[in-house]
Write a protein that binds this ligand. Structure first.
Ligand SMILES: Nc1ncnc2c1ncn2[C@@H]1O[C@H](COP(=O)(O)OP(=O)(O)O)[C@@H](O)[C@H]1O
Ligand SMILES: [Mg+2]
Length: 362
């Protein structure tokens, strides 16, 4: 049985449609991340699972039971928000114990359960303090403790790390991953940060304008993006895109664009009947070649070199098209020097120019 099912779920505010005919099954113990640009409907969808937003159409089930009309408190979920909103006048212990006290749980049991959660999250030294005496990361851990103590069937997180600085965000991301490894509680996690999504998710649900663009493991989405939007959204630095015309000759397929002809065997792609396509190549898949190399070349003058430490991002114009290549900084070209790159056909992505859909064979 799935932990959560969304069946033809819709959400609109007046005439504005925010979630459209959304279908999704989340398995027990799974860590699913809703990823997408700001405003695409991630929080709205999560809040519908939580019962904090009405569902305009369709059905949401949790643990096999339709919950459309169930109060948040009766859904077996616990939610952690970006703004952890601890009670400032209460100690950390009391903040964590708050929900249990409201449920009139016995004092000794509260004591036991707070201590268990606190030790899992490393909060023992802070139980007597007030929230203002804790760092942002520690406060967020208290918010997670407050959710954990309910022993929910499902954890819902809405951008829980967005208020933390970069270093703390990395640290807390690892803590959340470890927590899920040990508790295995079904988790739905909302973020606009693809690194968080890639590192935490069993499966990513990539949303745009209230529609699912792709569902898959991080590797599937990275290696086989379903369309141009997904390809452009996932991967840093961003994929290069080149508009090409497609023709078929004796030697195979020829793609023409960015001032060059690219010849392909084409066997991985459904190219029959396609006249115009978008060629996608990730900056890290471009390989520098010497003057002797011919065929499938992207070449130009290095306009910009960004030093990243271990590697460097080289930007150059190829036939009027700006292209980026990620190279080892040891093999970095000089600024305004000539650069020549090629790629393996295996690392190439191709999309239909009209529909934007991937031309990869299934
Ligand atoms: N209460 C509301 N009334 C009207 N529109 C809303 C309301 N809440 C959210 N929206 C709209 O719904 C869309 C999705 O919002 P949201 O789910 O918060 O996006 P995300 O979390 O992906 O950034 C946005 O266009 C937002 O303006
Ligand atoms: Mg949001």
């Amino acid at each position: 049985m799935s932990a959560i099912t969304c069946s033809h779920v819709e959400k609109s505010y007046g005439a504005t449609s925010v979630i459209r005919d959304l279908n999704l099954s989340i398995e027990e113990h799974e860590f699913v991340v809703f990823l997408g640009p700001s405003g695409c409907g991630k929080s709205t969808l999560l809040r519908m699972l939580a019962g904090l937003e009405d569902i305009s159409g369709g059905e949401v089930s949790i643990g096999g039971k339709v919950v459309n009309d169930l109060d948040p408190g009766d859904r077996g979920i616990a939610m952690v928000f970006q703004n952890y909103a601890l009670y400032p006048h209460m100690t950390i212990f009391d903040n964590i114990a708050f929900g249990l006290r409201r449920q009139k749980v016995a004092k000794t049991e509260i004591q036991q359960r707070v201590m268990a959660v606190s030790s899992t999250l490393g909060l023992d030294p802070y139980l007597g303090r007030k929230p203002a005496e804790l760092s942002g990361g520690q406060q967020q851990r208290v918010a997670i403790a407050r959710a954990m103590i309910k022993t929910p069937k499902v954890f819902l997180f809405d951008e829980p790390l967005s208020n933390l600085d970069a270093k703390l965000r990395n640290h807390m991301r690892i803590e959340i991953a470890r927590l899920h490894q040990s508790l295995k509680t079904t988790t739905v996690y909302v973020t606009h940060d693809q690194l968080e999504a890639m590192t935490l998710a069993d499966r990513i649900v990539l949303l745009r304008d209230g529609l699912i663009e792709q569902i898959g493991s991080p590797a599937e989405i990275y290696e086989r993006p379903a369309n141009v939007f997904v390809a452009g959204f996932i991967g840093t630095p961003n994929m290069n895109f080149i508009d090409v015309t497609v023709s078929h000759g004796r030697g195979g397929w020829t793609l023409t664009g960015a001032g060059a002809d690219f010849t392909l065997d084409g066997g991985r792609f459904n190219l029959e009947g396609v006249e115009r396509a978008v060629l996608g190549i990730r900056p890290a898949d471009l390989k520098a070649v010497g003057d002797g190399h011919a065929g499938n070349l992207l070449q130009g003058t290095a306009d910009l070199i960004e030093f990243h430490g271990n590697d460097a991002l080289v930007t150059f114009g190829a036939g009027g098209k700006e292209i980026s290549a990620l190279v080892s900084s040891r093999a970095c070209p000089v600024l305004r020097g000539n650069v020549r790159y090629t790629f393996d056909e295996e690392s190439l992505h191709l999309f239909d120019a009209k529909s934007g859909k991937s031309l990869l064979r299934r």
